[in-house]
Write a protein that binds this ligand. Structure first.
Ligand SMILES: Nc1ncnc2c1ncn2[C@@H]1O[C@H](COP(=O)(O)OP(=O)(O)OP(=O)(O)O)[C@@H](O)[C@H]1O
Ligand SMILES: [Mg+2]
Length: 575
């Protein structure tokens, strides 16, 4: 709880003025509310003293006036304080998102998308409910309690003490149930995160699920999770279901005590009828705060549980923090050097030096670490040991954002967004002129495809580019990379879904674009890599062979075997 307050204070302080006004309205509302029973007492006592209709009218008018003013302040209290909680939700959500985009792959392996979604929606809402309505009703209730008891004490001490008798029992109830509600609610949020992740994943993978007839199995698995959610929620209902009736019963007892003790004191003539009615009115006024207290405890328990889950995200360290005085040179020459690079899962001491402007191909069996190596240049991944240098400086010395602007990677698995093709190509280059986008689309071999599309470059592609063919997606990703005119271009198996004729044309176009710039070509296909200045073959995490196409064929090693095998395949295919 204390931690929650410490965390939320800076967010609340941004709206200090509104908060003061809101709490001011709350105080006025509470004061006017506490005044009402006093007016009733005066009214009854004056009536008893034999005053006529005039007095009744005056008191009635006074009460209506008081109630209306109280309503006015109540409106502003709610509007301002609940408003602040919406602002807090807005700020906190922005901060969470800003943090999420800095996180590494590890984070997204550990926390599935659905779980993150649950934390940024459901949990965030619980925190807002705690910081807004929770905090407001807590203060309002406390104010009412304190004021009511202060007035009651000043009128009759013994009767007030009698009315307070059930208070310790109520406190115990609140503490006992509060802890249980907190624990149950934490479990519910966890199950809900699981459900979100499942739904998110199966909707993304719907095509595969259908193809493998996993519809029923998926339904059953989902049913089980849904069932767990239902059970957890029922447990929570059982807990709150026990809590509220008990609370009401204790309130009933308090009423009874006031009726009994107060009645006796009235008959003994120690208090006036007006005071007796006033006590009853205060007790009536206190029912709502006591119920609200139960509800507020619930909100606070949920809110703190949820805040814990949100802070877990926020405390996750960012993948790569920008060094304080990082390098951002005007232009990269494009020299890359890998020195004794080891990766966490692949690579066992790679030494490779690529000169500026060179085109180097990396070949090797699937899973030998080609993608791992390629991702180390723009620091999408850091080596476990060893060093990667660009233009002679360690990549860790550069500003990561700047580094990624200068090095374009076309990843093995392209990701397109549900925007237009032009927007997908211009990702990260918001002010790209239209002619430039058209030019790179042409270079990437998208020309004929665009002509066949209803709106050409302005065609909106479905989620993740579902309306495009595999080859069209790859070429869109290539266009995206060359639009940034990178100093270093890395194509990670980026032509695998394109036929060899188109591939050759794209490679020819690319040679023109990449003249004087460094290119890294990763592929299994001999047709892709044969024209590279140099070919490097990886095997078991190390460089096994290195040379031009002709040299490697002559060497009769791994690469030569690959060439022979693919020639054979082509011959068989052409029969
Ligand atoms: N996050 C990870 N956790 C565990 N293992 C990993 C992880 N990332 C990569 N690997 C392992 O590292 C090895 C190299 O992966 P990498 O993607 O670099 O291979 P690749 O040469 O690009 O293969 P392909 O030709 O199939 O694309 C693989 O054996 C892979 O299983
Ligand atoms: Mg790969």
């Amino acid at each position: 709880m204390r931690e929650a307050i410490r965390f939320l204070t800076p967010y609340l302080m941004r709206h200090q003025r509104t908060l003061w006004l809101g709490f001011g309205a709350l105080l006025c509302k509470d004061l006017l509310g506490a005044l009402l029973p006093l007016v009733i007492r005066r009214g009854i006592d004056t009536l008893q003293a034999g005053q006529g209709w005039r007095a009744v009218g005056e008191f009635a008018g006074l009460m209506i006036g008081l109630s209306l003013t109280k309503g006015f302040f109540q409106y502003w209290m709610r509007r301002l304080l609940v408003g602040v909680s919406r602002d807090l939700e807005f700020d906190l959500r922005n901060d969470i998102y800003a943090h999420l985009v800095t996180l590494s792959r590890d984070f997204f392996l550990k926390y599935p998308a659905g779980d993150v979604m649950a934390r940024t929606t459901n949990d965030l809402n619980s925190v807002r409910m705690m910081a807004g309505p929770g905090m407001m009703y807590w203060t309002e209730t406390m104010g009412t309690l304190v004021l009511a008891f202060a007035v009651m004490l000043s009128v009759d001490v013994p009767l007030t003490l009698a009315a307070l008798a059930p208070a310790p029992v109520i406190s115990l109830l609140v503490i006992f149930y509060g802890q249980r509600i907190h624990a149950r609610f934490e479990q519910i949020q966890e199950v809900f995160s699981g459900i979100s992740s499942r739904v998110q994943e199966s909707i993304s993978g719907m095509r595969v699920l259908r193809a493998y007839n996993q519809g029923d199995a998926e339904l059953r698995a989902f049913g089980r999770m849904n069932d767990a959610d239902l059970r957890r929620n029922l447990e929570l209902v059982k807990t709150t279901g026990g809590f509220e009736p008990l609370l009401h019963a204790m309130i009933g007892v308090a009423f009874l005590i006031v009726l009994w003790v107060g009645g006796t004191r009235l008959l003994d003539g120690r208090i006036s009828l007006g005071s007796f009615v006033m006590f009853q009115t205060y007790m009536g006024m206190l029912i709502w705060p006591m119920i609200a207290m139960g509800w507020v405890i619930n909100l606070i328990q949920r809110g703190t549980a949820s805040l814990g889950r949100i802070r877990e995200l926020l405390n996750y360290p960012p993948a790569i923090a920008a060094p304080a005085n990082s390098l951002r040179p005007e232009q990269l020459r494009g020299e890359i050097e890998f020195e004794n690079v080891h990766g966490e899962y692949a690579l066992a001491g790679v030494n490779l030096r690529i000169s500026a402007g060179e085109t180097v191909a990396i070949a090797g069996h699937t899973g030998c670490g080609k993608t791992t190596l390629a991702q180390m240049a723009p620091r999408l991944l850091d080596p476990a040991s060893g060093a990667v240098r660009i233009d002679g400086a360690d990549v860790r010395a550069y500003d990561p954002a700047w580094l990624r602007r200068s090095i374009a990677v076309v990843p093995q698995e392209t990701f397109l967004f549900s925007m237009t093709l032009a927007e997908n190509i211009a990702l990260g280059v918001p002010d790209a002129p239209r002619e430039e986008i058209e030019r790179v689309a042409e270079i990437a071999g998208l020309g004929p495809d665009l002509a066949a599309m209803p709106q050409g470059l302005d065609t909106v592609i479905g989620e993740r580019g579902i309306t495009l063919s595999g080859g069209q997606r790859q070429r869109t990703a290539i266009a995206r990379a060359i639009l940034r005119a990178p100093s270093i271009l890395i194509l990670d198996d980026a032509l695998s879904s394109v036929d060899t004729v188109t591939e050759e044309r794209i490679l020819r176009e690319l040679t023109g674009v990449m003249r004087g710039r460094t290119t890294l070509l990763i592929s299994h296909r001999v047709s892709t890599i044969r024209h590279a200045d140099r070919i490097v073959v990886l095997r078991e995490g190390k460089i096994a062979e290195e040379g031009t196409h002709a040299e490697l064929v002559a060497a009769q090693g791994l690469y030569a075997a690959l060439v022979r095998q693919q020639q054979l395949e082509e011959e068989i295919a052409s029969i």
